[in-house]
Design a protein around this ligand. Sequence first.
Ligand code: SD4
Length: 318
Amino acid sequence: MWGIIATWRMAAEGIEKAARILENDGISGDAIETAIKEVEDFPYYKSVGYGGLPNEEMEVELDAAYMDGTTFDIGAVAAIKDFANPISIARRLSKEAVNNLLVGEGAEKFAHKEGFERKNMLSDRAKIHYKNRVKDVQELEIKPYSGHDTVGMVCLDSHGDMTAATSTSGLFMKKKGRVGDSPISGSGFYVDSTAGGASATGLGEDLMKGCISYEIVRLMKEGKHPQEACDIAVSKLDQELTKRRGKAGDISLVAMNNKGEWGVATNIEGFSFAVATQTQKPIVYVTKREHGKCVHQEASSEWLENYMSTRMAPLIEK
Ligand code: SD4
Protein backbone atom coordinates (compact mmCIF):
# COMPACT_ATOMS: atom_id res chain seq x y z
CA MET A 1 0.00 0.00 0.00
CA TRP A 2 1.16 3.58 -0.68
CA GLY A 3 -0.41 6.93 0.08
CA ILE A 4 0.14 10.63 0.61
CA ILE A 5 -1.93 13.26 2.43
CA ALA A 6 -1.34 17.01 2.52
CA THR A 7 -2.74 20.20 4.00
CA TRP A 8 -4.69 22.56 1.72
CA ARG A 9 -5.86 22.47 -1.87
CA MET A 10 -2.56 23.97 -3.04
CA ALA A 11 -0.90 20.57 -2.53
CA ALA A 12 -3.05 18.87 -5.20
CA GLU A 13 -0.65 19.15 -8.16
CA GLY A 14 2.25 18.04 -5.96
CA ILE A 15 0.25 15.07 -4.71
CA GLU A 16 -0.42 14.00 -8.29
CA LYS A 17 3.29 14.05 -9.08
CA ALA A 18 4.04 12.14 -5.88
CA ALA A 19 1.40 9.53 -6.74
CA ARG A 20 3.19 8.79 -10.02
CA ILE A 21 6.44 8.18 -8.12
CA LEU A 22 4.73 6.01 -5.50
CA GLU A 23 2.79 3.86 -7.96
CA ASN A 24 6.12 3.00 -9.62
CA ASP A 25 7.47 1.81 -6.26
CA GLY A 26 9.49 5.00 -5.77
CA ILE A 27 10.58 5.94 -2.27
CA SER A 28 8.60 8.09 0.11
CA GLY A 29 11.40 10.67 0.53
CA ASP A 30 11.53 11.37 -3.21
CA ALA A 31 7.76 11.54 -3.51
CA ILE A 32 7.27 13.96 -0.62
CA GLU A 33 10.17 16.22 -1.67
CA THR A 34 8.83 16.38 -5.24
CA ALA A 35 5.35 17.22 -3.99
CA ILE A 36 6.52 19.99 -1.66
CA LYS A 37 8.82 21.52 -4.30
CA GLU A 38 5.84 21.78 -6.63
CA VAL A 39 4.08 23.97 -4.05
CA GLU A 40 7.22 25.99 -3.27
CA ASP A 41 7.71 26.78 -6.95
CA PHE A 42 4.16 27.93 -7.72
CA PRO A 43 4.20 31.75 -7.48
CA TYR A 44 0.51 32.28 -6.65
CA TYR A 45 0.53 30.48 -3.29
CA LYS A 46 1.12 33.19 -0.73
CA SER A 47 2.45 31.16 2.13
CA VAL A 48 4.97 28.68 0.76
CA GLY A 49 8.21 29.21 -1.16
CA TYR A 50 8.35 31.71 -4.03
CA GLY A 51 5.56 34.24 -3.68
CA GLY A 52 5.31 33.61 0.08
CA LEU A 53 4.36 36.70 2.06
CA PRO A 54 7.15 38.60 3.82
CA ASN A 55 7.89 39.48 7.43
CA GLU A 56 7.39 42.99 8.81
CA GLU A 57 10.68 44.07 7.20
CA MET A 58 9.49 42.90 3.77
CA GLU A 59 11.81 39.90 3.71
CA VAL A 60 10.60 36.40 2.87
CA GLU A 61 11.91 34.12 5.63
CA LEU A 62 11.06 30.46 5.14
CA ASP A 63 10.76 27.44 7.45
CA ALA A 64 10.82 23.82 6.27
CA ALA A 65 11.39 20.33 7.67
CA TYR A 66 11.81 16.74 6.57
CA MET A 67 11.58 13.56 8.66
CA ASP A 68 12.25 9.94 7.76
CA GLY A 69 9.95 7.74 9.83
CA THR A 70 12.14 4.66 9.46
CA THR A 71 15.58 6.04 10.46
CA PHE A 72 14.20 9.02 12.46
CA ASP A 73 16.50 11.31 10.45
CA ILE A 74 15.26 14.88 10.83
CA GLY A 75 16.47 17.99 9.00
CA ALA A 76 15.05 21.50 9.17
CA VAL A 77 15.72 25.10 8.26
CA ALA A 78 14.16 28.16 9.85
CA ALA A 79 14.04 31.82 8.80
CA ILE A 80 16.10 31.05 5.69
CA LYS A 81 16.14 33.66 2.91
CA ASP A 82 16.83 33.59 -0.81
CA PHE A 83 16.81 29.87 -1.56
CA ALA A 84 14.34 28.32 -3.98
CA ASN A 85 13.54 25.04 -2.24
CA PRO A 86 13.90 24.98 1.55
CA ILE A 87 12.48 21.44 1.62
CA SER A 88 15.48 20.10 -0.31
CA ILE A 89 17.88 21.81 2.09
CA ALA A 90 15.97 20.30 5.03
CA ARG A 91 16.14 16.83 3.49
CA ARG A 92 19.87 17.24 2.88
CA LEU A 93 20.36 18.32 6.52
CA SER A 94 18.52 15.20 7.69
CA LYS A 95 21.48 13.15 6.45
CA GLU A 96 23.93 14.90 8.80
CA ALA A 97 24.88 13.34 12.13
CA VAL A 98 24.54 16.69 13.96
CA ASN A 99 23.58 20.28 13.02
CA ASN A 100 20.21 19.11 11.74
CA LEU A 101 18.21 22.29 12.35
CA LEU A 102 19.86 25.44 11.02
CA VAL A 103 18.49 28.99 11.20
CA GLY A 104 18.97 32.17 9.19
CA GLU A 105 22.50 32.93 8.07
CA GLY A 106 23.81 29.53 9.18
CA ALA A 107 21.20 27.76 7.05
CA GLU A 108 22.01 30.02 4.08
CA LYS A 109 25.75 29.33 4.38
CA PHE A 110 25.11 25.59 4.44
CA ALA A 111 22.78 25.80 1.44
CA HIS A 112 25.27 27.91 -0.49
CA LYS A 113 28.14 25.49 0.17
CA GLU A 114 25.97 22.55 -0.86
CA GLY A 115 25.12 24.27 -4.14
CA PHE A 116 21.39 24.80 -3.63
CA GLU A 117 19.69 27.22 -6.02
CA ARG A 118 19.66 30.83 -4.85
CA LYS A 119 16.59 32.86 -5.71
CA ASN A 120 15.07 36.13 -4.61
CA MET A 121 11.86 34.75 -3.10
CA LEU A 122 10.05 38.10 -2.85
CA SER A 123 7.66 38.25 -5.80
CA ASP A 124 6.16 41.51 -7.14
CA ARG A 125 2.75 40.26 -6.09
CA ALA A 126 3.95 39.63 -2.51
CA LYS A 127 5.32 43.21 -2.44
CA ILE A 128 1.86 44.54 -3.35
CA HIS A 129 0.25 42.40 -0.62
CA TYR A 130 2.81 43.80 1.82
CA LYS A 131 2.22 47.43 0.87
CA ASN A 132 -1.55 46.99 1.00
CA ARG A 133 -1.33 45.35 4.39
CA VAL A 134 0.80 48.16 5.79
CA LYS A 135 -1.87 50.64 4.62
CA ASP A 136 -4.74 48.53 6.03
CA VAL A 137 -3.02 48.16 9.36
CA GLN A 138 -2.57 51.94 9.61
CA GLU A 139 -6.02 52.85 8.38
CA LEU A 140 -8.25 50.07 9.71
CA GLU A 141 -6.35 49.25 12.90
CA ILE A 142 -6.53 45.54 12.10
CA LYS A 143 -4.13 42.98 13.46
CA PRO A 144 -1.15 42.74 11.11
CA TYR A 145 -0.70 38.99 11.44
CA SER A 146 -2.42 36.54 9.25
CA GLY A 147 -1.25 33.47 7.56
CA HIS A 148 -2.64 30.30 6.37
CA ASP A 149 -1.71 27.47 4.23
CA THR A 150 1.52 25.95 5.37
CA VAL A 151 2.00 22.85 3.30
CA GLY A 152 2.45 19.76 5.48
CA MET A 153 2.48 16.20 4.18
CA VAL A 154 2.73 12.59 5.32
CA CYS A 155 3.74 9.91 2.82
CA LEU A 156 3.84 6.10 2.81
CA ASP A 157 5.62 4.14 0.06
CA SER A 158 5.06 0.59 -1.14
CA HIS A 159 8.15 -0.55 0.83
CA GLY A 160 6.46 0.49 4.09
CA ASP A 161 8.67 3.55 4.68
CA MET A 162 7.07 6.80 5.77
CA THR A 163 8.15 10.46 5.71
CA ALA A 164 6.70 13.78 6.83
CA ALA A 165 7.58 17.25 5.54
CA THR A 166 6.55 20.89 5.84
CA SER A 167 7.29 24.19 4.08
CA THR A 168 6.03 27.69 4.86
CA SER A 169 6.68 31.42 4.89
CA GLY A 170 4.97 31.40 8.29
CA LEU A 171 2.82 34.28 9.46
CA PHE A 172 2.51 37.30 7.20
CA MET A 173 4.13 40.33 8.92
CA LYS A 174 5.87 38.18 11.51
CA LYS A 175 8.87 39.61 13.36
CA LYS A 176 12.21 39.02 11.69
CA GLY A 177 13.58 35.78 13.11
CA ARG A 178 10.18 34.44 14.20
CA VAL A 179 10.00 30.65 13.84
CA GLY A 180 6.70 28.76 13.82
CA ASP A 181 5.83 25.13 14.42
CA SER A 182 6.60 23.93 10.91
CA PRO A 183 10.33 23.20 11.38
CA ILE A 184 9.84 21.93 14.95
CA SER A 185 9.70 18.16 15.36
CA GLY A 186 6.60 16.95 17.17
CA SER A 187 4.72 20.18 16.53
CA GLY A 188 4.60 20.85 12.77
CA PHE A 189 5.31 17.24 11.84
CA TYR A 190 6.18 13.81 13.17
CA VAL A 191 6.34 10.35 11.62
CA ASP A 192 7.18 6.83 12.73
CA SER A 193 6.98 4.14 10.04
CA THR A 194 5.90 1.59 12.65
CA ALA A 195 2.67 3.54 13.19
CA GLY A 196 2.06 6.66 11.09
CA GLY A 197 2.66 10.38 10.73
CA ALA A 198 0.97 13.74 11.15
CA SER A 199 1.48 17.33 10.03
CA ALA A 200 -0.03 20.63 11.13
CA THR A 201 -1.09 24.01 9.81
CA GLY A 202 -2.45 26.96 11.72
CA LEU A 203 -1.14 29.27 14.42
CA GLY A 204 2.35 27.94 15.17
CA GLU A 205 2.48 29.55 18.60
CA ASP A 206 -0.55 27.47 19.66
CA LEU A 207 0.27 24.28 17.74
CA MET A 208 3.57 24.13 19.63
CA LYS A 209 1.75 24.25 22.97
CA GLY A 210 0.35 20.76 22.33
CA CYS A 211 3.22 19.06 20.43
CA ILE A 212 0.21 18.13 18.36
CA SER A 213 1.79 16.07 15.56
CA TYR A 214 3.61 13.88 18.05
CA GLU A 215 0.44 13.48 20.09
CA ILE A 216 -1.44 12.17 17.06
CA VAL A 217 1.33 9.69 16.23
CA ARG A 218 1.35 8.59 19.88
CA LEU A 219 -2.39 7.90 19.70
CA MET A 220 -1.94 5.94 16.46
CA LYS A 221 0.78 3.89 18.20
CA GLU A 222 -1.82 3.03 20.84
CA GLY A 223 -3.91 1.58 18.01
CA LYS A 224 -6.18 4.51 17.20
CA HIS A 225 -7.30 5.03 13.59
CA PRO A 226 -5.79 8.29 12.17
CA GLN A 227 -9.24 9.92 12.13
CA GLU A 228 -9.86 9.12 15.78
CA ALA A 229 -6.32 10.21 16.73
CA CYS A 230 -6.81 13.56 14.95
CA ASP A 231 -10.25 14.12 16.49
CA ILE A 232 -9.03 13.40 20.02
CA ALA A 233 -5.82 15.46 19.80
CA VAL A 234 -7.31 18.51 18.07
CA SER A 235 -10.36 18.81 20.27
CA LYS A 236 -8.25 18.29 23.40
CA LEU A 237 -5.77 21.02 22.45
CA ASP A 238 -8.56 23.37 21.38
CA GLN A 239 -10.33 22.85 24.74
CA GLU A 240 -7.15 23.16 26.82
CA LEU A 241 -6.17 26.42 25.15
CA THR A 242 -9.68 27.82 25.48
CA LYS A 243 -9.79 26.87 29.17
CA ARG A 244 -6.34 28.17 30.06
CA ARG A 245 -6.05 31.18 27.76
CA GLY A 246 -9.58 32.13 26.77
CA LYS A 247 -9.05 31.27 23.10
CA ALA A 248 -7.38 28.84 20.74
CA GLY A 249 -5.67 29.75 17.48
CA ASP A 250 -6.28 27.89 14.23
CA ILE A 251 -5.41 24.20 14.48
CA SER A 252 -5.66 21.82 11.48
CA LEU A 253 -4.00 18.43 11.17
CA VAL A 254 -3.64 15.68 8.61
CA ALA A 255 -2.48 12.16 9.43
CA MET A 256 -1.88 8.81 7.74
CA ASN A 257 -0.97 5.45 9.24
CA ASN A 258 1.28 2.76 7.80
CA LYS A 259 -1.70 1.02 6.19
CA GLY A 260 -2.55 4.11 4.14
CA GLU A 261 -5.61 4.94 6.27
CA TRP A 262 -5.94 8.65 6.92
CA GLY A 263 -7.67 11.28 9.00
CA VAL A 264 -8.00 15.04 9.47
CA ALA A 265 -9.29 17.37 12.15
CA THR A 266 -9.57 21.14 12.44
CA ASN A 267 -11.09 23.81 14.64
CA ILE A 268 -11.72 26.16 11.69
CA GLU A 269 -14.26 26.39 8.88
CA GLY A 270 -13.27 25.46 5.36
CA PHE A 271 -9.99 23.63 5.85
CA SER A 272 -9.01 21.85 2.63
CA PHE A 273 -6.63 18.95 2.06
CA ALA A 274 -5.54 16.53 -0.65
CA VAL A 275 -5.07 12.75 -0.54
CA ALA A 276 -3.98 10.03 -2.94
CA THR A 277 -3.53 6.34 -2.15
CA GLN A 278 -3.05 3.12 -4.04
CA THR A 279 -6.82 2.68 -4.02
CA GLN A 280 -7.88 6.31 -4.39
CA LYS A 281 -7.05 8.79 -7.14
CA PRO A 282 -5.85 12.24 -5.95
CA ILE A 283 -8.82 14.07 -4.41
CA VAL A 284 -9.21 17.50 -2.79
CA TYR A 285 -11.59 17.62 0.19
CA VAL A 286 -13.06 20.53 2.12
CA THR A 287 -14.13 20.31 5.76
CA LYS A 288 -17.18 21.72 7.45
CA ARG A 289 -18.70 21.42 10.91
CA GLU A 290 -21.84 19.37 11.37
CA HIS A 291 -23.39 18.88 14.82
CA GLY A 292 -20.13 19.98 16.44
CA LYS A 293 -18.09 17.45 14.46
CA CYS A 294 -15.64 18.07 11.64
CA VAL A 295 -16.75 16.32 8.45
CA HIS A 296 -15.24 16.47 4.98
CA GLN A 297 -16.53 16.19 1.45
CA GLU A 298 -14.96 16.21 -1.98
CA ALA A 299 -14.43 19.77 -3.25
CA SER A 300 -16.92 20.71 -5.99
CA SER A 301 -15.62 21.86 -9.36
CA GLU A 302 -17.07 25.28 -8.56
CA TRP A 303 -15.08 25.44 -5.31
CA LEU A 304 -11.91 24.37 -7.13
CA GLU A 305 -12.34 26.97 -9.88
CA ASN A 306 -13.07 29.70 -7.37
CA TYR A 307 -9.98 28.76 -5.36
CA MET A 308 -7.69 29.20 -8.33
CA SER A 309 -9.33 32.31 -9.71
CA THR A 310 -9.14 34.14 -6.37
CA ARG A 311 -5.47 33.17 -5.97
CA MET A 312 -4.62 34.38 -9.47
CA ALA A 313 -6.87 37.45 -9.67
CA PRO A 314 -5.09 40.66 -10.66
CA LEU A 315 -3.82 42.53 -7.61
CA ILE A 316 -3.86 46.32 -7.45
CA GLU A 317 -1.87 48.46 -5.09
CA LYS A 318 -4.20 50.50 -2.88
C1 SD4 B 1 3.35 29.05 11.33
N1 SD4 B 1 1.96 27.09 11.15
O1 SD4 B 1 4.41 29.52 10.95
C2 SD4 B 1 2.58 28.15 10.40
C3 SD4 B 1 1.63 28.98 9.62
C4 SD4 B 1 0.50 28.22 9.04
O2 SD4 B 1 -1.58 28.10 8.25
O3 SD4 B 1 0.43 27.04 8.98
N2 SD4 B 1 -0.52 28.84 8.66
O4 SD4 B 1 2.86 29.31 12.42
